[in-house]
Design a protein around this ligand. Structure first.
Ligand SMILES: Cc1cc2nc3c(=O)[nH]c(=O)nc-3n(C[C@H](O)[C@H](O)[C@H](O)COP(=O)(O)O)c2cc1C
Length: 452
């Protein structure tokens, strides 16, 4: 039934990175820069951010933005005191509930009209993300705050403009596509920096292009890049890296293309991953400016996904992590876990009603005509040979925060037997954000953990 899938193998043995004495000293400095201080004013924060973007210091660790509703206010409010850059997931934040608001009776008489569905879907997203931003700002008025909005989404521009007008976000992160039209939109928001999430130097070249083709597109260019490795969780970038190139090859090519900061994300799980990414080249590192954590942040006590689900799915080695080429209506491959039976039963159950509940979340305005891959939802234009894939990923993703057994759980490969996930009795335990980041960056194992 499922084609083009690839079970992503478990982690190889940890490859310890042997540091020379000099490298160890350098790492000591870098490590201290990975935790943001508590800022007392906007000016102080701005000075700090300026230094980060000018490459004068490393960025604090990033909790990469995860939608739908995974990196929410509660999670970001835990990331900030743990010294990280909290990035709210800004895609589908206000999605209406499929089971109730978009519900369809046998006779179909409860379906809201398409106009209403679009209205509900899109307006709510905007309102919901603005509220989340406000809530974080109330707790942390001067912290560095980011929002991640997927370019592939239909209300992308509206959301970006709303966030820009609100003026509370420091850095916008844009994934799932090359955001050419942002150059123009972002002219209006000089206070908000933006980073494009890419997976190759080719994407950087396209986004930095100032040639004739781009003249009408505005003057701003990304302030930096997040390189997302192909083993990252969630939707993977559309300009896929060539399979024969390593992450290091891609990073080197990107560094040759731009002197702007680069954050490395995808498969960062241990201190040695962070060291390899951040140490300067003379010490065997890649010399990037920061690291982003996705899956590791998802498996924390403050994540909205219930702890029991994290134990039953994420920390259950019997359920494999799979990369699926044809799983998402965005047309992008994606990586994560599902309970096969429950998932396919739900696909079957929703088969006849999903289309009627559609709120056109991926339909692009005219501006997107240069980017046909994302111009429309693959679900709507489903081809007969893709009949098994007639489902909308939306309800399966937002079901994750409710811990539904049939949900899609985006994640990359972890070692479920890591001490950070086992208590002294060998039982699965979900760490807090602060414990998780202490484990990764400082190699600290919590008191309650099985240290053997
Ligand atoms: C549950 C989940 C949701 C995600 N949602 C998004 C998203 O909305 N936008 C995005 O650019 N990346 C998304 N990602 C990717 C992460 O932001 C991050 O780049 C990636 O997880 C890094 O790889 P790692 O999981 O191996 O650490 C998601 C990842 C997860 C696990």
């Amino acid at each position: 039934m499922i084609e083009n899938n690839e079970t992503v193998q478990s982690l190889k043995e940890r490859e310890l990175f042997q540091l020379s004495e000099d490298a160890q000293k350098e790492w000591g400095q870098i490590e201290s820069e990975l935790f943001a201080p508590k800022f007392q004013s906007d000016e102080e924060k701005e000075l700090f951010l300026k230094e980060c973007f000018e490459g004068k210091r490393k960025f604090p660790w990033h909790a990469q933005g995860q939608s739908i509703k995974v990196t929410d206010t509660k999670l970001v409010n835990a990331v900030i005191p743990a010294g990280g850059i909290g990035i709210l997931g800004g895609t589908g934040t206000g999605r209406p509930d499929y089971e109730t608001e978009m519900n369809v009776t046998e006779s179909g008489d409860k379906i809201p009209s398409k106009t209403v569905r679009i209205e509900i879907g899109q307006n709510r997203n905007k309102e919901a993300i603005l509220k989340e931003i406000e809530a974080v700002r109330k707790e942390h008025p001067y912290a560095i705050l980011g929002v991640n909005v997927l370019y592939a989404i239909g209300d992308f521009e509206e959301i970006v403009r709303a966030i820009g007008d609100q003026g509370m976000v420091d850095v916008l992160y844009v994934g799932a596509g090359a955001p050419y039209d942002l150059s123009k939109i972002m002219e209006k928001y000089p206070q908000m920096r933006y980073m494009a999430i890419v997976s190759s130097a080719q994407a950087v070249r396209l986004l930095e292009d100032t040639g004739e083709r781009c003249k009408s597109k505005g003057t701003r260019r990304p302030d930096g890049y997040v390189y997302e490795d192909k083993i990252a969780a969630g939707h993977n970038a559309i300009i896929n890296p060539r399979k024969d190139k390593s992450a290091a090859d891609h990073i080197r090519e990107m560094q040759a293309e731009t002197s702007k900061p680069i954050i490395f994300a995808g498969g960062v799980k241990y201190q040695e991953d962070v060291q390899k990414a951040l140490l300067p080249k003379e010490y065997g590192g890649l010399g990037v400016n920061g690291v982003g954590l996705g899956t590791r942040v998802t498996i924390t006590d403050e994540c909205p996904i219930p702890n029991e689900t994290l134990k039953d799915i994420h920390l259950n080695s019997a359920i494999p992590v799979v990369r699926r080429e044809k799983f998402s209506p965005t047309g992008l491959p994606s990586t994560g876990k599902i309970n096969e039976k429950e998932f396919w039963d739900k696909v079957e159950e929703l088969k006849n009603s999903t289309k009627r509940r559609c709120n056109d979340c991926l339909i692009k305005p005219e501006a997107r005509k240069n980017y046909p891959e994302l111009a429309h939802c693959k679900f709507i234009s489903v081809k007969p040979e893709d009949a098994d894939y007639q489902f909308c990923i939306g309800p399966f993703l937002d079901a994750a925060i409710r811990g539904e057994p049939w949900a899609i759980y985006f994640m990359s490969v972890i070692n479920e037997k890591d001490p950070i996930y086992l208590d002294k009795n060998g039982e699965a335990r979900v760490p807090t954000v602060s414990e998780m980041v202490g484990y990764i960056i400082r190699n600290e194992v919590p008191e309650w953990a099985d240290k053997e």
